[in-house]
Design a protein around this ligand. Structure first.
Ligand code: ARG
Length: 461
């Protein structure tokens, strides 16, 4: 439609070809086509319902639109740059198929409320897809956690050995993050699911339309109360990208741990061949490309969030073409989150294995049971701070002697403090150190069994 007739008779000459390309969004908004068709079908039905057009006309519109849907699905509808955007492309094709009645479709509507409707319908579906993927991700985390309740892993603060953990506890932390993501998306959905259809270009319309009728047909929960706000609001897209960014934060933290764990330095996991890659020059290498890509792609989603915030900042009411920039941000945000969630789920499910022997050894080779010695004394009445200093001294002595706490003789313990007896060895064994942290939400095995039951319940409800 790169000719004066695209717009009104006001235009005398066609767009400069480079400007037509610059202006067009068809390359990417073609993804909205099925939503555009569904939205237009609802609009046509509403026009008949309110007697703005005849019932027979609406039927022709709906049938013609359905034909375009089929043509698109069969790969037969491929509008070019001259269509400018998906909305023009569909309307033009409709008029080719059903003739002049097609020209009635745009009665009481603008591309401004139309594009807002399409984008919301698209995002609504994608939010549900992503929530479903989050559930699969959580399921895998939970399955692995259940397998590894008794597997111990060093726990870190400042990336220094701190206190040992049940591996299940570590994995369940990610389960909780994903649970918040899942809930957050449900909350975002509530504000995505509001219909702008019928807001017109900016001020509403002179026709006696029924906005609640189209909202109902399209399963929207509400309609925008203010037409200016309806056509120019992109809060819902920003909120989505905010929620998507947090999903990426969580995935990239896990990705980073997997990368560390698979290194020679940690040796906590082995990457299976199905999810690792080789080097073109170093024959010995097996690289964690999957988590690295997830970590790397995180920046794109943050970038889209930032880009859209900047697009919106200072934008005068109501519609401005700047808003066309929302699409690629949303689409790429959606695609990135989906591909990363899918890859991480596969990686966890079948791409890695925890090296349990190495892990069992790792938790015995350090001073991560030092807190438990202090707790031991504190439980016997020694003020905690005093116990803490005393144990600090022991640790230093051990380090100088090249020993661990478990290597001390009972006499040595008793020299330090008469409160020690031979139950100290049990108290500082890694398994007991973990088991003893039975405070609510702690790593104690009892707590973990409780967390797993609750988590299963959450997934099944
Ligand atoms: N392609 C446009 C977009 O994505 C559709 C709306 C155009 N509206 C307008 N007044 N030019 O925003």
């Amino acid at each position: 439609m790169n000719n004066p007739q695209t717009w009104s008779q006001r235009f005398e000459s066609a767009l400069h070809p480079a400007i037509a390309r610059f202006n067009a969004s068809i390359d990417f908004d073609i993804q909205l086509i099925e939503y555009d068709i569904t939205g237009s079908q609802a609009h046509a039905q509403m026009l008949a319902h309110t007697k703005i057009i005849a019932i027979a006309e609406a039927e022709q519109l709906v049938t013609g639109l359905e034909q375009i849907r089929q043509e698109y699905r069969q790969g037969k509808f491929n509008p070019g740059i001259d269509a400018e955007d998906v909305h023009f492309a569909v309307e033009k094709r409709l008029t080719e198929i059903i003739g002049d009645v097609g020209k009635k479709l745009h009665t009481a509507r603008s591309r401004n409320d139309q594009v807002g409707t399409d984008t919301r319908l698209y995002l609504r579906d994608q939010i549900q897809n992503i929530r479903q993927q989050l559930r699969e991700f959580q399921n895998v985390l939970l399955d692995i956690a259940q397998e590894h309740v008794e597997t111990l892993i060093p726990g870190y603060t400042h990336l220094q050995r701190a206190q040992p953990l049940s591996l299940a506890h570590h994995l369940l932390a990610y389960f909780q993050m994903a649970q918040r993501d899942w809930e957050r998306l449900a909350d975002v959905y509530r504000r995505v699911n509001i219909s702008p259809l019928g807001c017109g270009a900016l001020a509403g319309t002179t026709f006696p339309i029924d906005r609640h009728y189209t909202a109902k047909l399209l399963d929207f929960d509400q309609v925008y109360a203010n037409s200016l706000d309806g056509v120019s609001d992109r809060d819902f897209a920003i909120e989505f990208l905010g929620a998507a960014s947090l999903i990426m934060v969580h995935l990239s933290r896990l990705a980073e741990e997997i990368i560390l764990w698979s290194s020679e330095e940690f040796q906590f996991i082995t990457l299976k061949d199905s999810c690792a890659t080789g080097s073109s020059i170093m024959p010995q290498k097996k690289n964690p490309d999957v988590p690295e890509l997830v970590r790397g792609k995180t920046g794109r989603v943050f970038g889209h969030l930032q880009a859209l915030l900047v697009v919106m900042k200072g934008l005068p009411l109501a519609y401005n073409k700047d808003l066309q920039e929302d699409k690629e941000a949303i689409f790429d945000g959606v695609n990135t989150v989906k591909s990363c969630l899918a890859a991480m789920t596969i990686l966890l499910k079948e791409g890695l294995e925890f090296r349990t022997q190495r892990l069992a050894q790792a938790v015995t080779e350090d001073f991560s049971n030092a807190t438990d010695v202090a707790d031991y004394l504190a439980a016997k009445g020694v003020p905690f701070r005093e116990a803490y200093h005393l144990v600090g001294k022991v640790v230093r002595t051990c380090m100088t002697a090249g020993k661990l706490l478990k290597d001390l003789q009972l006499e040595e313990w008793q020299e330090l403090h008469p409160a020690f007896s031979d139950d100290i060895y049990e108290a500082i064994s890694p398994r007991q150190v973990v088991a003893a942290r039975n405070s609510y939400g702690g790593t104690g095995f009892e707590q973990i069994h409780h967390s797993i039951t609750t988590a299963r319940h959450q997934l099944n409800s």
